[in-house]
Design a protein around this ligand. Structure first.
Ligand code: G
Ligand code: G
Ligand code: NA
Ligand code: MN
Length: 249
């Protein structure tokens, strides 16, 4: 695949898609949030994963067009699903692109969507070029009313430095600490301590890679706020509906 050509084409003819993975609120077990995960439909119909094309788009600069598309799509879906809140993944480059913020402000204004229903996830595994510039950008985008999440917490080079400095609303604990949580004492200690720390800082905690009821029960016990993973739901082409929200009760 000639990725840069495929990406340009996909944006032009509408072959980018968001898939939606539900987040379950604890302890209520209600579902009113989802994470949008990007897919690109190739000429042969296959759906390409962002792991295949995001790194290439980051090098070529096409990432800015992708970030814009993802933001616009999220706002469109929030307009269509009034009960839903959505998280999207922003590239580290988005924090260096001043026009992204202007575009978000414009989208929020014209759609009239409550900005609090949108969370922007930034991953700590992507080295942030300038942390002070990132802090300023997050502050001014949060002033628009949207939320931020620090994704993959615990897996990067500078977890505590990022948590200390980045003004985020949610901490998403990396899935590597969750997938064996019901069997591994160290993972349990890490999740417990992270949850206490995040709560003391006024932040909510999300656990990803929740693959069983046993893990969900540990999260409940430790006071984690949201669970996401294959046990709750796989990424799907449509966001969770109001009916699913009620069914989760
Ligand atoms: O489902 P999964 O294969 O969707 O995602 C693979 C990786 O791609 C994850 O690290 C995820 O955070 C990232 N990712 C998913 N959607 C997007 C997106 O819209 N933009 C960016 N920059 N990364 C994304
Ligand atoms: O980097 P980020 O956390 O956004 O990436 C999430 C990735 O993890 C996506 O590729 C998503 O499809 C995948 N994922 C989501 N839930 C689970 C799960 O329960 N188990 C595993 N193994 N992967 C998951
Ligand atoms: Na994410
Ligand atoms: Mn993650």
């Amino acid at each position: 695949v000639l990725w840069n050509r495929a990406i340009t084409e996909a944006i032009k003819v509408g072959r980018l898609r968001l898939f939606y993975q539900p987040l379950m609120a604890l302890p209520e077990r209600t579902i009113w949030r989802a994470e949008g995960l990007l897919r690109m439909q190739l000429a042969d119909g296959r759906l390409a994963s962002p792991n295949e094309f995001i790194p290439i788009a980051e090098r070529s600069g096409l990432i800015n067009a992708i970030d814009r598309w993802v933001m616009a799509e999220a706002i469109r879906v929030l307009t269509e699903h009034p009960h839903l809140s959505l998280s999207i993944n922003l590239s580290a480059k988005a924090l260096a692109d001043t026009s992204i913020e202007a575009e978000l402000a414009r989208l929020l204004r014209s759609s009239q969507v409550d900005p609090q229903r949108l969370t922007l996830e930034i991953t700590e595994t992507v080295a942030i070029d300038s942390i002070s510039a990132a802090v300023e950008r997050i502050k001014s985008m949060r002033a628009l009313g949207c939320h931020f999440a620090l994704d993959d917490f615990g897996s990067g080079f500078a977890s505590y430095a990022y948590l200390k400095q980045l003004p985020v609303d949610d901490v998403k604990i990396d899935g590597s600490f969750i997938r064996n949580l019901d069997r591994n004492a160290e993972d349990r200690i890490f999740v417990q301590a992270t949850t206490k720390m995040a709560h003391a800082m006024g932040k909510k905690v999300v656990a990803e890679f929740v693959e069983s009821e046993a893990i969900l029960e540990v999260l409940f016990e430790l006071g984690v706020d949201f669970a996401q993973g294959y046990f709750i739901g796989r990424p799907a082409p449509e966001p969770p509906t109001a009916a699913q929200t009620r069914a989760a009760l």
